[in-house]
Design a protein around this ligand. Structure first.
Ligand code: ZN
Length: 159
């Protein structure tokens, strides 16, 4: 309804404008009525063809809302990845004191970096060094436990 109001207002402005523009050559009211009839016909024709079909507009608006949600979700995922990435970035200061390298250094691979301030080259070695923090497994106790379980199971089976 709001859209129709805008279209009618635009039609009136166009009809008056055209009629005024041609008023030096033709009678203002005759041109006004002619232009009004033409615009009304055009409006009806477009309306019949579904140009002002609100269902289509609603469908398109729904698609826009959906794609906004998808974009928001992607931005969230990207932000998560950026946080993970930022957590993995290491800083290595150069001996010259003028530069700090920021980057992802891969373990067990030569990570060659060059200082742009002093032209020094570095090979940043990253080694994985696991340290056992739980109690080490007692093999004898484990074997004892297993044979006890085995004995119980076979006794149960025999009875
Ligand atoms: Zn340097």
């Amino acid at each position: 309804m709001k859209e129709n109001g805008k279209i009618i207002a635009a039609g009136i402005v166009i009809a008056l404008g055209v009629s005024y523009g041609l008023s030096d050559y033709f009678d203002f009211f005759k041109v006004l009525s002619l232009v009004s009839v033409i615009l009304g016909g055009v409006w009806l024709w477009l309306h019949d063809r579904g140009l002002f079909d609100n269902e289509e507009i609603k469908r398109l608006e729904g698609m826009l809302v959906e794609s906004d949600a998808v974009i928001a979700e992607h931005e969230e995922v990207l932000a998560d990845y950026e946080n993970i990435f930022d957590g993995q970035v290491s800083e290595v200061p150069c001996a010259c004191g003028k530069n700090v390298f920021r980057g992802l250094f891969v373990p067990n691979v030569d990570n060659i970096i060059k200082c742009e301030e002093c032209d020094s080259h570095y090979n940043v070695q990253v080694t994985l060094n696991p340290i056992l923090i739980s109690e080490p497994m007692d093999n004898e106790a484990a074997i004892e436990d297993l044979s006890k379980l085995h004995k119980e199971a076979t006794e149960e089976f025999d009875n």
